[in-house]
Ligand binder design. Structure first.
Ligand code: FAD
Length: 417
């Protein structure tokens, strides 16, 4: 039963010392068979379970998570939500995801602290300006906002941006404003989807690691072997972020994916300094300020393949140098925490939402910068699993695009997540 977080409920529970709240999701005994197994209780796995139950009436679903719910990249990202992509196949997908996020607090009845504050790309080279202007024209066709502004306007909107003047190494040339961009609270997204899915009957099993995929005599994927035993299923759906190939390798299914480390760090809380998301693609830096006042800072990925979940010193130093070039006053900031995650990226930098080449297996992967895509990713993956056909928004994101050389090239996504 989905308990409501209304004002009346909050007041009522406060009177009784907040002792009567139910856990957000329940612990169930593990069954030997389910209709659908979703591997990974990250944003995509939980959203998929929720939309499968809500939109398609599938109830016999188990989400298997090797760690704790929300402990993967969904709880490690820098919460940038945006739809400034380049391709006709991508933009509507992300526009829909941004739209779903805007209504998600109400849909899940949980305050996700969604803040539509906009993003400004700081442009410091002419090729970048040409690339982003091209993106603007493509985005115009799909109702996503991207508007060029001059240097004076950038400095008016971001007073802390004191670097990048005419005499600097890379003077600022222009800015691109993406007013649809937003941030919200990432662990609340995981908890909100988990709670809503649980209320619809989905079973979430934490500390249940899938060691390998199982196939029957006809070759179909028919279940998984976990650290708690074998579990059979009609459909096995992978939403394991950087570990997709670890699992598909167990049945010899190759995928055009590589896993990379992306890291971020956060400062001590300071007074309000920046009220937009600032993205500096030429330097490999982006930052935003949380409601608590911390600056959340991210940089470029570590280019080598890696499953590391920490931060590499070289990447950290490069990101700090980039930040101080544009925000010299931030040299006085104390940093509180640093962390990283491992993400898989497809060879064309677009996601894969697809049936696998082996029957019984479904794959949602390539979620480089996939936090923004959680609602649309879950919605379209659930549609595919339930109906057997790709959702119209994700028709181009199927696996066989690599066989047909029909890539959805989104190299721009590798500059900012
Ligand atoms: C530092 C950083 C910054 C980022 N910033 C942004 C951003 O600003 N905007 C944006 O859009 N995206 C961003 N991302 C990317 C985004 O976080 C990911 O693309 C997205 O969260 C991935 O999908 P997910 O939430 O389902 O993954 P995850 O949360 O990683 O979920 C996968 C789950 O699968 C589980 N799992 C793995 N293997 C197994 C197994 N064998 N058995 C059972 N469970 C398993 C994992 O434990 C994990 O919980 C960032 C990522 C990082 C690391």
């Amino acid at each position: 039963m989905n308990q409501k977080y209304s004002l009346a409920a909050l007041v009522g529970r406060a009177i009784t010392g907040h002792r009567s709240w139910k856990p957000l999701w329940r612990c169930h005994p593990l069954s030997e068979k389910y209709q659908t197994i979703i591997v990974g209780a990250g944003g995509h796995g939980l959203a998929t379970a929720y939309y499968l139950a809500k939109n398609h009436g599938v109830r016999n679903i188990a989400v298997l998570e090797r760690g704790w719910l929300g402990g993967g990249n969904v709880g490690r990202n820098t919460i940038t939500i945006r739809s400034n992509y380049l391709r006709d196949e991508s933009i509507p997908f992300y526009v829909e995801s941004v739209k779903l996020y805007e209504g998600l607090s109400r849909d899940l009845n949980l305050n996700l602290m969604h803040s539509k504050r906009g993003m400004i790309d700081i442009v410091q080279t002419w090729p970048r300006l040409r690339e982003l202007r091209r993106k603007q024209l493509a985005m115009d066709l799909h109702g996503s906002t991207y508007v060029q502004i001059g240097v004076d306007e950038i400095r008016r909107r971001i007073p802390a941006l004191a670097g990048g003047g005419p005499g600097s190494r890379l003077p600022i040339l222009a800015g691109m404003v993406h007013s649809d961009a937003a941030v919200n609270r990432h662990d609340a997204v995981a908890w909100g989807y988990a709670r809503a899915a649980d209320a619809l009957g989905v079973q979430i099993h934490q500390h249940t690691e899938v060691m390998r995929l199982l196939r029957n005599e006809s070759g179909k994927v028919c279940g998984v072997e976990t650290n708690r035993g074998k579990i059979m299923a009609d459909a096995v759906c992978l939403a394991v972020s950087g570990h997709t190939t670890t699992l598909t390798d167990t049945i010899g299914h190759g995928l055009p994916l590589r896993t990379f480390n992306l890291s971020a760090f956060v400062s001590e809380p300071v007074k309000p300094l920046v009220d937009v998301i600032v993205n500096c693609p030429d330097l490999g830096l982006y930052l935003s300020q949380t409601d608590k006042g911390e600056l959340v800072i991210g940089g470029a990925p570590d280019p080598g393949q890696s499953f590391r979940r920490g931060i590499k010193q070289k990447v950290f130093e490069d990101t700090v140098c980039a930040m101080l070039e544009l925000f010299p006053a931030f040299s006085r900031l104390k940093l509180l925490r640093q962390w990283g995650g491992h993400l898989d990226m497809a060879h064309d930098a677009s996601p894969i939402i697809s049936s696998a080449k082996i029957p019984g297996l479904f794959i949602s992967a390539g979620w480089w910068g996939g936090y923004k895509a959680i609602p649309a990713g879950g919605l379209t993956f659930a549609h595919l699993i339930a109906t057997g056909s790709p959702h119209p928004l994700a028709e181009s994101l199927v696996l066989d695009r690599f066989d047909r050389l029909n890539f959805v090239l989104e190299t721009g996504t590798t500059i900012s997540v």
